[in-house]
Design a binder for this molecule. Sequence first.
Ligand SMILES: *Cc1c(COP(=O)(O)O)cnc(C)c1O
Length: 338
Amino acid sequence: MITFYPGPSKVYPQVAQYAQEAVQQGIVSLNHRSVGFMDVVKETIRLLHEKLAIPADYHVALVSSATECWEIVAQSLTATTSLHPYGGAFGKKWMEYAHRIKPMIEPGLADTLCVVQNETSNGTQVRMDTLAGFRRDFTGLIAVDAVSSMAGLAFDWTLADVWFASVQKCFGLPAGLAVLVYSPDALKRAEIIGENDHYNSLLFIHENFAKFQTPYTPNGLGIYLLMRVLEQVPPITEVDARIRQQAADWYAFIEQELTDSPWKLLIQDPALRSDTVIAVAGSEADIKAVKAAAQQAGITLGNGYGDWKTTTFRIANFPAIDEEEREQLKTFLRTYRA
Ligand SMILES: *Cc1c(COP(=O)(O)O)cnc(C)c1O
């Protein structure tokens, strides 16, 4: 069975070996305040800086999920309220969570701008030049949900103060861990707000990670697997070039090779199209049929999500998916007849 589900998604095959090592070497049984465990955390953070080219002065912490990061941004980094220019289901959900913590008031008073870089639900993305425009026009903090693009695409990290991603998408790992990156300005904002009421208050997380520790018993297996996968992956500029090329191939394939098929791209404007999640639209009956036929052929397509649940399927273009698997899906789609 091969999977193009955009999260949880295919994990790197080496993860099986790494998980076995983590158990055999007793890493999963280490006390999380022990030197051995702190070394794993330290090395993981070093590798994140190195492999993802995160600026040296940006801090990195590990938490449980992207959803938790949405709440951390609202509770620890937003003094007034946040703005959410969104175009899909995840952006909307983030806004709803955030406004439960910091309700919407005068939009002009918002001090935090929340952007979903890659909207997994409909296969759109906010490119770096758009983010640069936000940076120019907005004086507060900018927080970016990069759940389905971090570790797949290269970013200009300086265009935002907070970036986060859970690892079950482009990192090619099992769910239950998220990477939270924050700038010196974000930390300064957290200090000014001084919010320290929660186990996951950013100040408390920061204080713990300064010692390569965590506020609570962390997902030690997940952290170890992240470390091992980061050791194995190439620098982000290389990954980025491959992912963009593959995305261009996918879009050309669907537009040019599948002309007499029931499929069309959900996103018509090429400038808005995601490089890591390709959304393909069709009638409800066609979508249902192709997903079932693909399943029969040993291929899991991504379901649609939110408003596009029944009228799209999604193809993850994540780094862990290999050439042979992409070819297999292309062959299936070329020969599939409704
Ligand atoms: C998957 C996803 C999330 C949610 O991640 P969790 O790990 O379930 O919290 C948030 N935002 C985007 C854009 C996603 O793709």
